[in-house]
Design a binder for this molecule. Structure first.
Ligand SMILES: [Zn+2]
Length: 458
């Protein structure tokens, strides 16, 4: 007799689900006239394919009652249970399930199959459907309609590829010292529709374009201290986020990240923006990839600012520092990016550290972080090794631009020893500038570095 009352509570739970972007289904468990559990659908939020309202409600009820068998209980759910949930209800020996709207595609209480009427499976649970079905289906229809509208709006912006993720905009709101307008490009052939983010500030006909390339696990945020100084000099600054980083789309599969692919994306990006009079600014992977770019179009480049990085030619074994980093990434794939930055840069605020975590809300968004350490060419025939050796020859023999090397001496991975090796490969590069207080992320001392770069290069 209270079925409508309890179904009303389940509908309230369904409402909550829809405000959280989950398919609106709610459930309550009632035992001897008392509500012992309420829950709503949450597979997206919990990253859990089994987090249907019924399962969560059953778990909570069993916890409350201290018993995994719920013989005296009734579960109210706004939508016909699926096979998984029907199975769980039967396992709980539930007395009764009362459901709202039928689910023609997956319903396991009569629409597709009826698990409650298999005598071999069920001696316990009675099923009663159609209670307040109209309210429940109206909620579902509204939800899917709104979702279709949102998808349409998204598609109008740039459709997100099925095999990629896009970090929600809100995660980038109010970042300290990052006021620049987001620019996007998705029509580079090698992007296959992935949306790539970049900053492009200053006049397009400026006498100098600073092309600033970040590494792993950074993004264009790394250059926030250098940008204003270059802009003040009247120059243009272009700072892309590599696919998988920053505000760019993030392929779901680690294997999407390959040396040649990232290099090709950057080559096409530079062509598409037709960058001229480029001063290339590189650090970490920004250099592993970026130092291989100028030989493809030397006429575009006139300067190089190189900070802690290397050319991975595989002519020497990888350094112990790098191997330790690669092992750390393999052992702790969810390491805190902000804390990593903060450890070497005590001058950074908590908000600045947090900004480095902004692109990566969960493990799904971290494919690039997992893939990049293993992508460093290790053997002569590794992808990227041959092109890195060609680049080495280019810097040794053909480079005619100005160069400046700045070394953060506290870097255990790509520090002074590695950089002095690289220095020998760059034709005409004056003695490196040493920053004793700087670590791997030299850009965090960007005010000083940008001033040096203006002085030496521009
Ligand atoms: Zn289910």
């Amino acid at each position: 007799m209270n079925d409508a009352h309890f179904m009303g509570l389940a509908l309230q739970q369904a409402h909550i689900a829809s405000t959280e972007g989950e398919v609106p289904v709610g459930a309550v468990v009632v035992c001897n006239g008392e509500v012992v559990a309420q829950a709503h659908n949450a597979p997206i939020g919990l990253h859990d394919p089994s987090a249907h309202a019924e399962i969560l409600a059953l778990r909570a009820a069993a916890e409350t009652l201290g018993n995994y068998r719920l013989d005296d209980c009734t579960l109210y759910v706004t939508l016909e249970p699926c096979a998984m949930c029907a199975g769980a209800l039967l396992n709980a020996r539930l007395k009764r399930v009362v459901w709202g709207a039928p689910e023609p595609k997956t319903g396991a209480a009569g629409s597709v199959v009826n698990l409650f009427e298999f005598p071999q499976l069920n001696h316990h649970t009675a099923s009663h459907g159609g209670v307040m079905a109209e309210e429940a289906s109206a909620l579902l229809q509204d939800f899917f309609k709104t979702q279709r509208q949102h998808h349409k709006q998204d598609a109008a912006r740039t459709r997100l590829r099925e095999d990629a993720l896009r970090t929600p905009e809100q995660r980038f709101e109010n970042l300290p010292d990052y006021p620049w307008t987001a620019q996007y490009i998705s029509d580079l052939p090698s992007l296959h529709g992935l949306r790539m983010h970049y900053l492009d500030e200053g006049p397009t006909d400026a006498s100098v374009t600073w092309l600033c390339l970040h590494g792993n696990p950074g993004w264009s945020y790394l250059y926030r201290k250098m940008l204003p100084i270059f802009l003040k000099a009247g120059h243009r600054v272009v700072a892309p986020d590599l696919p998988g980083f920053g505000k760019s789309d993030k392929p779901k599969k680690d294997s999407a990240h390959q040396f040649d692919w990232h290099r090709q994306v950057l080559l096409e990006f530079i062509e598409a923006l037709d960058l001229q009079r480029v001063h290339l600014v590189v650090q970490d992977w920004g250099g592993l990839l970026g130092l291989t770019l100028p030989m493809a179009a030397p006429q575009r480049y006139q300067g190089l600012l190189v900070m802690n990085t290397t050319l991975a030619t595989a002519e020497k074994p990888l350094s112990p520092g790098f191997l330790a980093w690669r092992q750390m990434c393999a052992d702790k794939p969810l390491f805190d990016v902000g804390r990593l930055l903060g450890r070497g840069n005590p001058q950074m605020s908590d908000e600045e550290c947090a900004a480095y975590n902004a692109p990566f809300p969960d493990a799904g968004h971290r494919a690039a972080l997992r893939a990049f350490p293993a992508m460093v060419p290790e053997f002569e025939d590794s992808e990227g090794a041959a092109v890195s050796r060609q680049a080495e020859a280019f810097w040794q023999q053909q480079w005619t631009g100005k160069s400046l090397m700045v070394i953060g001496q506290q870097d255990p991975v790509l520090g002074e020893e590695v950089m002095r090796d690289l220095h020998r490969q760059i034709r005409g590069c004056p003695a490196p500038v040493l920053l004793p207080q700087a670590g791997h992320f030299v850009q965090e001392h960007g005010v000083e570095v940008a001033a040096l770069a203006l002085q030496h290069l521009a």
